[in-house]
Structures are given as structure tokens and as C-alpha cells.
Design a protein around this ligand. Structure first.
Ligand code: AMP
Ligand code: GLY
Length: 420
């Protein structure tokens, strides 16, 4: 199978590394990729937003499967255009990607198909939104409807905070994503993530994984894309997984199918484990980053076979097996992230770090400059390790981190603390 992977982050490096290990693989291409991905794939200077160029490349190279990593090309309909051109793709249609692209869409689906989630209303103007907030009281959660790079959500502990968040949205802080606002009940409990592969009809639960969203130790400070992750995640017990599959995932797939927009790809449910059980906070329509990195480390089976089955609608007969070992990834980010940060600082010591037992380093935001590896993003490296348990994986990951010579980078020192 010839494969084209779309994306350029640590998630895509982990996918490339795992796809490259498949005996079914012919040639793996990545667009645009990064210097780490270049170890596993041939990089192609294709703009994923130029669907005609992606299709032309796929035809020229006889690509059997296009694996789409990030949400933006999915929401923009890349999978639809590939399918219309007769090219198989892993990832949902634009209509199904609305599960991530529009929070209001997902809440309406939950209401229609009795999927547990917080009570909510949708608004397209500030006065009505504010009147609702006054009626409901704080704490309450204000969300820009569209994709806002993880910044469109305010968990407001006071009415004033909620009002300010509503103004922010309608005054354009999140561009078009904030033209509509969802206001929802505050859910109390422990957060958990849940991933499953879907082929439009069947869902295959993946093993559990959990990330850390806050930038600082002790889960403090501003939200980020994720500063580290580990698998398995003890918070998702077998019973919770079974309930989530039954009460949340199954009705979602059935609902999407009934609406004529079946969901294919990876469904990433952000959950709140409340006293009533798991409730849906949000969906993403792609692998979590950096959760994907720990999932790929632990997957025993051929990822290519699983991804193709999602595209082909043959997931019903598939299973996924996992290594007993635990995995952890520590994100090294540029100082200043998630605020502003500099690019271009030199990174050294990766080879030595990668020699630590069980360690694999994925590149998230790197570039080559005059032959030297430099930082080229906020989240830059994912130092990932397998170990007999979470504590051992953590020890190895941090041992490798200590060998990396990058004065302009930082990482959290406590990834996995909740699991230990
Ligand atoms: P989201 O972008 O929807 O994942 O929201 C970002 C974060 O806001 C989540 O990870 C939660 O910590 C929090 N959050 C979102 N919705 C709620 C809610 N209804 N109740 C409590 N916390 C929430
Ligand atoms: N790690 C969180 C995300 O991928 O959205």
C-alpha cells in the first residue's frame, strides 16, 4: 500500500513511525511533514489546503490511502474531495467533522439522540446570551461555536467572567468561530479522554490515554494543546469504557448514520466523569496530540490495517491488541508557549537521548536550518518512553529529557502524577 500522510506535528510523526513498521506498506509520503517524519517518510511540499494538488499527487504516486492527521483539512472537506476522486482516505467527511467543527452541532446531536452532556443553549447575539447566563447563574461555561485553536472555551466561575467571555466572542476575538456561542452547564468531576476508531457503523475502542492540558506543574496555568500524556489511564476503568461505548459512542455513530453523515475516522471524546457517569464535554475528529504518541507506542497490531478498515467500512471484524507496558510522553516546548515564543534556537543531544532504553523521540515543531535542528513551533519535541509501568516509563522519559541540550525549551516535570 502506498500511503500519503497529511500533517506536520508530533501526532503525525508517531503515525508515520507506526505506519512505516507495517509489512503492508509500499511507500510512505508525508505532506508537509517535519525533520523527524523524514526518517520514516518521503516529504512532499504539498499544501493540504490545495485539494486538487493533493488529488493529483495521489494519482501520480498510486496512493492507496491518505491518512489525514489534523482537524483543519477534515473540516475543509479534504476527505470528501479525495473520495469523490476515488481515493481512499482515513478521516471523516466535512459534514461528520462538524462534531469538532461546531460545538452547537454536537450539542444538538446529543439532544436528539439522548447522549449525556451538560444542558445548553445556542446564541447568535450577546444580549440573549447574557440574559440566559443571568437566569442560569455561575459557574457556567461559554464556548465559541467553531474551531478556535483550543482557546474558545471559558469556564466562568462568576457572572462577570461569563459576561466578558460572551463579549469576547461576539466582538470577534475568535473570528468567525465566535459568531455563534454555546452556553452550557458546568459539569463537576474528573476529566478523561476516550478514543475509538470508526468506520461509519462500527466503533473499536482504543486503549486508554490521558493528557495534561495546563502548561504548569500541578495542572496550573493556561491551557495548551497538551504538555504530555500517558497510557493506560487509570481514570478510564473497564466499566467506564463500556458505559462510554454504550451511552455516548454508539448513539453518536447511529445518529450520524441516520442523518446520512456517517462518521469514519478516529473519534476523540472529551468526557467529564460526573456522579451520574460519563458525560460528553466535546468531540474531536482526529487523534489527540500528544495522546496519539503513547497510543502508537503501545499498539501491537498493524495501524495501517486498522486505518484502512475505517476507510473501507470493514472495522467490524477487527480488534486491536496493546503491549502490557505503559507509555508516557513529555512535551518539550519553546519557552513562552502557549504565549509568544521565539523560533530558530538550536537543539542538540537527541541521538544520545534516544539511546535511553525504551525511548522514542517524536518531532512536533522542528526544522532544519543550515543542516542543524532548530525549534520551529510552540510544542517542539515529544520525548516518549515505554516501561513496565507508568513510573518506569516516566523515569525513562525524563532521563532522556535530561540529555537534550536545548536551553530555550522547557517541559513539565510531573507528567502522569494523577496516575501514580
Ligand atoms: P474544550 O475545548 O471543549 O475541551 O474545553 C476546554 C476545557 O474546558 C475542558 O478540557 C474542560 O476542562 C473545560 N470544560 C469544557 N466544558 C466544560 C463543562 N461543561 N464543565 C466543566 N468544564 C468544562
Ligand atoms: N491533547 C489534546 C488535543 O489533541 O486536543
Amino acid at each position: 500500500m502506498n500511503v500519503l500522510l497529511i500533517g506536520a506535528g508530533g501526532r503525525e510523526h508517531a503515525l508515520a513511525w507506526k505506519i512505516a513498521a507495517s509489512p503492508l506498506l509500499g511507500t510512505l509520503y508525508a505532506a508537509p511533514g517535519n525533520p523527524g517524519i523524514a526518517e520514516d517518510a518521503t516529504l512532499v511540499a504539498l499544501d493540504p489546503a490545495d485539494h486538487a494538488a493533493v488529488i493529483a499527487f495521489a494519482r501520480e504516486k498510486a496512493i492507496d490511502l491518505v491518512v489525514i492527521g489534523p482537524e483543519a483539512p477534515l473540516v475543509a472537506g479534504l476527505a470528501d474531495d479525495l473520495q469523490a476522486a476515488g481515493i481512499s482516505a482515513f478521516g471523516p467527511s466535512a459534514a461528520a467533522a462538524q462534531l469538532e467543527g461546531s460545538k452547537g452541532f454536537t450539542k444538538d446531536l446529543c439532544a436528539e439522540f439522548a447522549i449525556p452532556t451538560g444542558a445548553y443553549e445556542r446564541f447568535n447575539n450577546a444580549p440573549k446570551a447574557k440574559a440566559y447566563v443571568r437566569r442560569m447563574g455561575a459557574p457556567i461555561v461559554v464556548k465559541a461555536d467553531g474551531l478556535a485553536a483550543g482557546k474558545g472555551v471559558t469556564v466562568a466561575m462568576s457572572l462577570a467572567e461569563a459576561m466578558a467571555a460572551i463579549d469576547d466572542c461576539f466582538e470577534g476575538s475568535f473570528g468567525a468561530a465566535g459568531a455563534e456561542v454555546v452556553i452550557e452547564a458546568y459539569l463537576d468531576g474528573e476529566e478523561a479522554s476516550f478514543f475509538c476508531l470508526c468506520d461509519g457503523e462500527h466503533a473499536l475502542a482504543l486503549t486508554t490515554a490521558q493528557d495534561h492540558k495546563r502548561v504548569g506543574d500541578g495542572d496550573t496555568g493556561p491551557n495548551t494543546g497538551g504538555m504530555g500524556a500517558y497510557s493506560p489511564a487509570p481514570v478510564m476503568t473497564e466499566e467506564l469504557v463500556a458505559r462510554t461505548m454504550r451511552e455516548i459512542i454508539a448513539p453518536t455513530l447511529a445518529g450520524m448514520k441516520a442523518r446520512g453523515t456517517p462518521f469514519k475516522g478516529v473519534l476523540y471524546a472529551g468526557l467529564m466523569i460526573t456522579q451520574r457517569g460519563p458525560e460528553l464535554i466535546e468531540y474531536n475528529v482526529r487523534f489527540g496530540d500528544p495522546e496519539c504518541q503513547v497510543l502508537m507506542m503501545r499498539l501491537k497490531d498493524d495501524i495501517l490495517l486498522l486505518l484502512k478498515a475505517c476507510a473501507d467500512g470493514t472495522l467490524g471484524s477487527m480488534s486491536a491488541r496493546w503491549h502490557d507496558e505503559a507509555a508516557m510522553t513529555v512535551v518539550m516546548a519553546a519557552k513562552g508557549y502557549p504565549g509568544s515564543y521565539d523560533k530558530g534556537s538550536r537543539i542538540a543531544g537527541l541521538e544520545e537521548a534516544a539511546r535511553v532504553d525504551g525511548v522514542k523521540i517524536f518531532h512536533a515543531g522542528t526544522a532544519l536550518k543550515d543542516g542543524a535542528l532548530v525549534a520551529a513551533g510552540g510544542r517542539v519535541l515529544n520525548v516518549t518512553a515505554l516501561g513496565p509501568d507508568i513510573a518506569a516509563a516516566r523515569q525513562r522519559a525524563y532521563e532522556a529529557v535530561a540529555k537534550i541540550d536545548w536551553p530555550d525549551g522547557f517541559c513539565r516535570t510531573d507528567i502522569g502524577w494523577r496516575a501514580l
